[in-house]
Design a protein around this ligand. Structure first.
Ligand SMILES: Cc1ncc(C[n+]2csc(CCOP(=O)(O)OP(=O)(O)O)c2C)c(N)n1
Length: 362
């Protein structure tokens, strides 16, 4: 049908502009679905490029989010992006590339980190892949130590609650296994203190595993969100492979936190399409649902795209990642002098090192 191929104003594109794509009782405009699909394809291309880098020696350890693109892309598009307490704070984990891409991060910046180039804006070539940090977008540095983000989140939320004006919220994301850490309980306790409730959206991306340990062998609770009940934290479980359902669940959770200034929980069931990390080989797991394939098929069935267009979108994303890799590899590595650079923020109250803390006492 022409809606898929001809995007000029007076034909199929007009039809596309009014078309709604449904999942259950929820819908999203076709134009929004196309945007989500393109971003998901770019996020997948970034991860696949980084996996190749981990195998070829162009990068080393890889960990990331193939299988979480549907949910994480929606999260990135829905975030109230900006700097400071009036905007959303993001305490992410290491599978959130699609969130950053949806917020506007170029693929190049993800590859720069994987290639450990000094041009990596997130860690200047110091950290693992997917360990993003972006001050202008309130993205708190991702840590490899799992779940500590849950105990940090109430800090930014407390500051937001005290902040006059604005409806910024704090969003924290972690895996299912990590919820066994005390940090998860600390987040629930701090976010639900009577009279001092905090606008924290607690997200658990449940891929069913903690490295090689199966969640069903560790968790007696029916769903992670049940843990919120004694604290009065409402929540919902969503199919994180379904972008339309994910979009609406995120919208409900964000609206609740924004308006009521109280916590909310979302448990998103997602896939882990390349195992835990490069440490377990990062081989493609073919038995788990692939959100990119599923959403592509849904858009084809709805007449938004045809198969050739789906392929073109993916090829274009792969070419973008390949060009970014070539560029990143041409950029300099950090030097020995860079080791201590940016370790501490400049401080007007630090009389010993008032500027950037670039050296230890001799
Ligand atoms: C405090 C801490 N304990 C253990 C580890 C080792 N570790 C790294 S990832 C991981 C599994 C995390 O599983 P989950 O929270 O479900 O997230 P997923 O990786 O599956 O997304 C573990 C145990 C760690 N990084 N930090």
């Amino acid at each position: 049908m022409s809606a898929t191929t001809d995007h000029s104003p007076d034909n199929g594109w007009t039809a596309l502009a009014t078309l709604e794509i449904a999942s259950g009782e929820k819908t999203l405009p076709a134009s929004r679905c196309l945007q989500i699909y393109r971003l998901m394809a770019r996020a997948r291309a970034l991860e696949e490029c980084m996996i190749k880098m981990s195998k070829s020696g162009q990068g080393y350890f890889w960990i990331g989010g193939p299988g979480e693109e549907a949910f994480n892309t929606c999260l990135g598009l829905l975030v109230k992006k900006g700097c400071g307490p009036a905007y959303d704070y993001l305490h992410l984990h290491y599978r959130n590339s699609a969130t950053l891409i949806a917020m506007g991060m170029p693929l190049l910046d993800g590859i720069r980190q994987m290639a450990m180039r000094v041009t990596d804006p997130h860690s200047r070539g110091r950290n693992f892949a997917g360990h993003y940090a972006c001050h202008p977008w309130n993205v708190i540095p991702v840590t490899s130590v799992i779940e500590v983000q849950y105990v940090m989140a109430p800090g930014t939320a407390l500051m937001q609650k005290r902040h006059e004006g604005g409806n910024g919220i704090t969003i924290v994301v972690g895996g299912d296994a990590g919820t066994a850490e005390g940090d998860f309980a600390s987040c629930m306790i701090w976010s639900s203190r009577p009279g001092n409730e905090l606008p924290v959206l607690m997200i658990v991306t449940n891929n069913g595993y903690g490295i090689s340990t199966c969640a069903s062998s560790q968790h007696a609770e029916h769903a992670m969100i049940e843990r919120g009940k004694p604290f009065g934290i409402p929540g919902e479980v969503v199919d994180g492979n379904d972008p339309i359902q994910s979009w609406h669940a995120l919208l409900r959770g964000m609206d609740y936190c924004r308006q009521k200034r109280r916590p909310y929980m979302i448990e998103a069931h997602v896939s882990r399409l390349h195992g835990h990390s490069s440490s377990s080989g990062a081989l493609r797991i073919k038995t788990e649902p692939d959100c990119l394939t599923l959403f592509g098929a849904q858009l084809v069935a709805a007449g938004v795209l045809d198969e050739r267009e789906c392929e073109e979108i993916q090829n274009r994303a792969a070419a973008e990642a390949a060009a970014a890799l070539e560029k990143a590899l041409s950029e300099p590595n950090p030097t020995v002098e860079d080791i201590r650079r940016h370790v501490y923020a400049p401080s007007t109250v630090d009389v010993v090192y008032p500027d950037d803390y670039t050296g230890l006492p001799s």
